[in-house]
Design a binder for this molecule. Sequence first.
Ligand SMILES: NC(=O)c1ccc[n+]([C@@H]2O[C@H](COP(=O)([O-])OP(=O)(O)OC[C@H]3O[C@@H](n4cnc5c(N)ncnc54)[C@H](O)[C@@H]3O)[C@@H](O)[C@H]2O)c1
Length: 441
Amino acid sequence: MKVAGTATAETLIGTKLHALETAQAEQAVPVAANDHIQIALIGAGGQGQYDTKTAVTVPGVKLVAVADCYDGRLEHSKELWGADVFTTRDYREILDRKDIDAVIIGTPDHWHKQASIDAMKAGKDVYCEKPMIHLYSDGPAMIETAQATKRILQIGSQRVSSIVYAKAKELLASGAIGQLNMVSAFWDRNSSIGAWNYTVPPDASTETCDWPRFLGTAPKIPFNGEHFFQWRKWKAYGSGVAGDLFVHLFSGTHFITGAKGPTRAMATGGLRFWKDGRDVPDVLLGLFDYPEGFNLSLRVNFVDGGAEGEGFLFAGSEGTMEIAGNSVSVNRVPREKEPGLMIGSFTDAMQKQITAAYRQKYPLVEATEPTRVGLDKYVAPRDYSDSYDHLKNFFASVRSRQPVVEDAVFGYRASGAALLSNLSYERDAIVKWDPEAMKLG
Ligand SMILES: NC(=O)c1ccc[n+]([C@@H]2O[C@H](COP(=O)([O-])OP(=O)(O)OC[C@H]3O[C@@H](n4cnc5c(N)ncnc54)[C@H](O)[C@@H]3O)[C@@H](O)[C@H]2O)c1
């Protein structure tokens, strides 16, 4: 027998739905032609094109130039944005132009630092895709250049600008789930494209691809179309699932909790399924200690045998908060007001004696407040785009010179934390990190 809890006056069951409000529908304020922000794209692959398509829908933003190492993407840029868009294989030709205010960098990870630094030194503001770093030394170099040149540098983990994440941050801060003790997040995939087996076009060659420029600082090897178009599979260019996906989960965790980063990290996993020559795992699990008093547990599984998806569960002392798709929901379960009894295995006399003493200490009371077992769910509009908001925030900072949320320090704290997983996995050891100073222990 377990004697539990106080009597409840009422129990609410069901989900309360709340629509999240977005400012995206606001009327576009006309922008004078001479007040346009002129942008260029460096790295016009899948994400660079997506970012740019979104960027040019922000009022007052105009694309004037594109740099890429594959001719087919330069040609497609003209198909997308007009024949008068200037295209080049060499991004320095773009940086030399005085009519460009800002660049979007959508190159593979191993070019993020150099392209960002070159652009900032040329006086351009920079929207650089995540993960900010490929090597730890990239972080301080990018932060110092942003400070020295006074350029806006925003990193592209777009969920940081999401109204869903803003609501989650507000709910957590308001105590909706009590004291946070654990965050679990995952990003699972179950498809070939999900596992980065992107299409290599049949014309891929040293004629159409600027292979030496693509390689940059990576080891010099003969042309390889898979390395060029599926670069995530090799750590010479990409940062594994940690840099590709954990980094989004770190950005989200840091934004929502206000934490700066973990102090300890341990990761395990393996290359379980996609044994196609890649040198990074396709299953990775990471555990991280935060000085704020919670643990973070992350998972990426590229062969989960089920539905693809991503999500967060924040576990607190008084409930849980879940982010799934374009919604955040809180399941609030207030802590019990009395400890309860576990006495069924004792003699009848003993049970009576204990119960009597217990009820003296904890008299039965009529509950004045209902116990909430229903969900409060906040949903963004179906067509809501956090990418739009992230780019809109970037361009607002380009105009106002006010700092962005996901600046170089935020970006380094998220990507630096993510790459701890690779270090731990490779070293087979716990790795330490100072999130304040942003230094490996
Ligand atoms: N924010 C997100 O949700 C999100 C989603 C996907 C990708 N990304 C990030 O965007 C970046 C690009 O990913 P992708 O999937 O678009 O890759 P991609 O391979 O489709 O595109 C990369 C492009 O960069 C070009 N490139 C390489 N080196 C260059 C150089 N020196 N100068 C100019 N161009 C160069 C390549 O030719 C290629 O066209 C990655 O860092 C990735 O992590 C972010």
